[in-house]
Design a protein around this ligand. Sequence first.
Ligand code: F6R
Length: 239
Amino acid sequence: MEVIVRPTRESAVALVARLIADRLRARPELVLGLATGRTMEQVYQALIASGVSFARATTFNLDEYIGLGPESPHSYAYYMRARLFDHVDIDPANTHLPDGTASDLKQAAADYERLIREAGGIDLQLLGIGESGHIGFNEPLSAISSRTRDKTLTPTTRRQNAAMFGGDPERVPTRALTMGVGTILEARELLLLACGSAKAEVVARAVEGPITASVTASALQLHANCKVVLDEEAAALLK
Ligand code: F6R
């Protein structure tokens, strides 16, 4: 795990966007794993501004809320169109998110894993970290070998994401379909971005604590090619 600390949120975001753009330029047919959330909004703005082409890229998002279709403004499918896909030259047919409205979620999860395999696996997976220590929506006690499946969101996560639901945690869906920790660890390269003091404690536990299912992001320590990019606030509790 390579930890890179940047003085400001802006410079941390700029570095992550530059790394992604570099990988896309070096390998235009990149299979890119994407994340959502507030931290990523600025990364996508910077990627759009970079002018890098997504024409031959394929994307797989980490997760989607269960019960929200792609037209719901709260769905991650909507988020991705609004914040990235509608502003770059990606072929919408090459963008993928788990289907949170599937009547058979087990089948939808298995289909998602198969699509990732058929695409040749993920070259670069972008990650944020939740205050619960989650990556994707792998909440505490997710197994390190877990695959795409439905997960119940913790109260911490529903509180963290309430801002996107008018500030009311009760309006945040209770479940999500998420790539598993095992799915994420199979990506050839991982790139985690965390900014702000609210993430400092969980970042310290994930990066310097024991590998434990209580902090699922600690599993990233097992990956041979993982960069963790932090601003100074998120890095404040590292030794
Ligand atoms: C969402 C996802 C989550 C977020 C995490 C941080 O697709 O993968 O793990 O990255 O919850 O969210 P923000 O950036 O809103 O703090």
